[in-house]
Design a protein around this ligand. Structure first.
Ligand SMILES: NC(=O)c1ccc[n+]([C@@H]2O[C@H](COP(=O)([O-])OP(=O)(O)OC[C@H]3O[C@@H](n4cnc5c(N)ncnc54)[C@H](OP(=O)(O)O)[C@@H]3O)[C@@H](O)[C@H]2O)c1
Length: 239
């Protein structure tokens, strides 16, 4: 059976890599973002894969009503939801002295409360399909660092949230996994992917992990998956 997959923040970076991998499997894939022109560009790219089906929906995860509307669009088009991937997230890195309340709220409202909105909106459909929830946390959800107060708080919170949800929904045979990547080559925090980032995890690698998790035997659940570059620059052997 071809699965129906919903991915927040699927217009670029990790979300787009996951969408590509799912389409290669022939799945039906809905992506969201806030920026319509980026959604349109992503959909045009995804359609070129020539497998599965795609749907683009404008939604801001900060708004529960947006997420409820987006999930309804998926149900209206395909009649079911099998996989919900809460990926959308932002980064703002500053010391507590310089962190504004506005920046703090933006990070927490997107990375933590936004995931709550997505999962909350998806649960009724996932109960019917005995589906799968994945959240994209980060190694910053277990390792704290200077200037990371807001981002660390959001991702530590997200790891805790996801593990608790896993316990809440497993009686319904819904699987839940949090994927915790290290450095991935994306547009995160205003960056632009380049050849100099070849050492980083690439978005398609996270896509492969998602597909592998979806293929896992129903009896087994990798509930927390840490992913890191094999040899980051800091670990390179001096010649
Ligand atoms: N890159 C890394 O090294 C890394 C490592 C670990 C974890 N992560 C996590 O991976 C996730 C994806 O990040 P990425 O690296 O792929 O970043 P990215 O390339 O900047 O992509 C972020 C995506 O999220 C969307 N988005 C942002 N805010 C949103 C909102 N409020 N509502 C809906 N969509 C929103 C963006 O589109 P719009 O701006 O148009 O909304 C875009 O599609 C994030 O949760 C991030 O924390 C990244």
């Amino acid at each position: 059976m071809n699965k129906t997959v919903y991915i927040t923040g699927g217009s670029k970076g990790i979300g787009l890599g996951i969408a590509e991998a799912c389409l290669q499997e022939g799945y039906k894939v809905a992506i969201t973002a806030r920026t319509q022109k980026d959604i349109d560009a992503a959909i045009a790219k995804l359609q070129k894969i020539g497998k599965g089906e795609v749907l683009g929906i404008q939604s801001n995860v900060k708004n529960l009503a947006d997420e409820e509307y987006a999930i309804q669009q998926v149900l209206d088009k395909w009649g079911r939801l099998d996989v919900c991937i809460a990926n959308a997230g932002v980064g703002k890195f500053a010391s507590i002295d310089e962190m504004s309340a506005e920046d703090w709220n933006n990070v927490i409202d997107t990375n933590l409360t936004g995931v709550f909105h997505t999962v909350k909106a998806a649960i009724p459909s996932l109960k019917k399909s005995k589906g799968y929830i994945m959240t994209i946390a980060s190694l910053a959800g277990t390792n704290f660092f200077q200037n990371g107060a807001a981002y660390n708080a959001s991702k530590f919170g997200l790891v805790g949230f996801t593990q608790a949800v896993m316990l809440d929904v497993r009686p319904y045979e819904i699987k839940t996994t949090t994927i915790m990547p290290g450095s991935v080559s994306t547009y995160f925090n205003g960056r632009t992917p380049s050849d100099a980032e070849a050492w980083k995890i690439q978005p398609e690698d996270i896509g492969q992990i998602v597909v592998d998790l979806l293929r896992m035997n129903p009896r087994t659940l990798p509930s927390k998956v840490e992913v890191r570059p094999t040899v980051p620059p800091s670990a390179r052997k001096k010649q």
